[in-house]
Design a protein around this ligand. Structure first.
Ligand code: ADP
Length: 489
């Protein structure tokens, strides 16, 4: 198998760094080998980027022409939906149906930012003095870094690259170690769509080497990162030293709340999807479940029935609900959390084990797991497990519920299940999280801003703000009268 080439400033070449592999988490088979980007590749990519974004043909490109590139990207992706979904599943083990959803969302993201780029307008703030006109323009930032995780590459990468390009920047994309395939494929898609060379580079490599050097490079003027809170904090330090903007989409430990009047069937199904889709490997996974004690028994009975019925299996099988975890090392880490939860007094109601099916023996599969008997202050309720593990707790009084739901360093998302919309809205206002889902969970709209409170992140992606986040604002003052400044008289 030939080693894959990386994409440096419009040129396909073998990376100068160490050998990396992409393996299929369902059976450990090899998808591809490649050489990581070296520091020399990184420097070259940045030099290409720095001249490409200043190029008058790009700076002055009319918004509809820039939009056209993004529409071509979307057309290309939509036309190869199945192939791209398969590639995504091979890289990270997501079931095909989920991967297809991500591929479609990536195309929709490209279209949204194509439209947003055409609609973006500067402002004409009204000056407080006569004979003055003030204009506020949105301009590109320059060379920007996008650093992404392995759990939903095509979606998280497009969510950064599309608005960054729509805004007129040159982007250096550093995908996660485990999942280089999709980012390299996106480079091909943008190249085919006619994106001028140098405006996108894709540099696979170790986060601590290439990711770190990218963030620190003096010519990089913005860092957009999605991943773990520890790495996010490190990048925030780097950005603080350089005084550049950062956007950080980090971890979560999201509470899902079932009030006493909830539709039990609707809630049980939504909760099951909210935690066990993507095998729980989602920053927004609804991993802490708070159920009103009056409905604990019926809700749990139905939730357990649904969870026991989930099919853990090969990502390419049409009827698989839960695929493998990203790696054996990660599965081990999740299992250690299940052990810890037991030591903390947790009872395993279902799962907690490796599936017995010999057909799954070569992959890093894990049964969907539900625990009860823990307190919110226990480590299993405070730390992000990033796997198919749900902790169920009860509550009686709303004040205690709010206290516990907010008692977390994270603040990414929350779910509320109730027939009382007014009460849900009142509760939403008190939850310290960036997204609240009421009677639904883990649904997204590209026009709705997304991001975390507290240690779940900084800044927002998506929506018009998601485009402006890749731009900087310039104010221009123009005197409209003939008055002369008399200060030096
Ligand atoms: P996860 O726990 O989801 O793997 P990480 O935060 O470790 O999350 O990784 C997310 C992305 O950040 C990956 O592309 C990874 O290579 C990159 N990364 C990891 N460490 C660093 C670092 N020190 N500097 C820059 N990027 C990093």
């Amino acid at each position: 198998m030939d080693a894959l080439k990386i994409f440096v400033g419009g040129h396909w070449r073998h990376g100068g760094g160490e050998v990396m592999q992409s393996t299929f988490p369902a059976d450990g088979s090899l998808n591809a080998t490649l050489h990581a980007a070296s520091l020399e590749d990184l420097n070259d990519a940045i030099e290409y980027a720095d001249s490409a974004w200043r190029e008058p043909s790009w700076r002055n490109m009319l918004p509809h022409q820039r939009a056209k590139i993004l529409h071509k990207v979307a057309d290309d992706i939509e036309g190869r939906l199945d192939d791209l979904a398969r590639m995504q599943s091979s890289d990270n083990g997501k079931p095909l149906a989920e991967a297809r959803g991500l591929v479609m969302s990536a195309a929709a993201t490209a279209r949204y930012f194509a439209a947003a780029c055409e609609l973006l307008e500067g402002e004409l703030p009204t000056p407080r003095q006569p004979d003055l006109l003030t204009l506020s323009r949105y301009e590109a930032i320059g060379v920007v870094a996008a650093i992404t995780p392995w759990n939903s590459p095509i979606a998280s990468e497009m969510q950064k690259v599309a608005p960054a390009i729509a805004a007129g920047n040159a982007v250096i994309l550093k995908p996660a170690e485990a999942t280089p395939l999709m980012a390299l494929e996106l480079a091909r898609v943008f190249e085919r769509a006619g994106l001028p060379a140098g405006l996108l580079s894709v540099l696979p490599g170790k986060g601590s080497v290439i990711g770190d050097a990218l963030a620190r490079h003096p010519k990089v003027r913005k860092i957009s990162f999605t991943g773990g809170t520890t790495t996010g904090r490190h990048l925030a330090h780097v950005a603080a030293e350089k005084l550049i903007p950062t956007s950080l989409e980090l971890g979560g430990k999201s509470p899902t709340i079932v009030l006493e009047d909830a539709d039990i069937e609707q809630a049980a199904r939504g909760i099951c999807y909210g935690i066990f889709s993507s095998a729980g490997q989602a920053c927004i996974a609804g991993s802490r479940l708070f159920i009103h004690e009056q409905v604990y028994a019926p809700l749990m009975a139905r939730l357990l029935e649904l969870t026991r019925g989930l099919r853990v299996g090969h990502p390419f099988s049409r009827d698989t609900h839960v695929g493998p975890l990203i790696s054996e090392a990660h599965r081990q880490r999740v299992l250690e959390y299940v052990e810890l939860a037991k030591q903390e007094g947790g009872r395993v109601l279902c799962g907690g084990e490796i599936p017995a099916d010999p057909a799954l023996a070569a992959g890093s599969f894990l049964q969907p797991t539900i625990l009860e008997g823990l307190k919110n202050s226990d480590r299993a309720c405070q730390e992000e497990i990033f796997g198919p593990v749900l902790v169920a707790m009860t509550f009686r009084d709303e004040e205690a519920l709010i206290r516990d739901a907010n008692d977390s360093v994270y603040g990414l998302a929350a779910g509320i299940w109730t027939r009382d919309t007014g009460r849900a809205l009142r509760l939403s206002e008190r939850l310290e999280v960036g997204t609240v889902w009421i009677n639904t969970y883990k649904v997204f709209s590209i026009s709705t801003p997304f991001g975390g409170f507290k240690e779940s992140g900084l800044g927002r992606e998506k929506g018009i703000q998601g485009l402006k986040a890749w731009m900087q604002q310039k104010s221009i003052y123009l005197a409209t009268g003939n008055s002369v400044n008399h200060w030096c008289d």
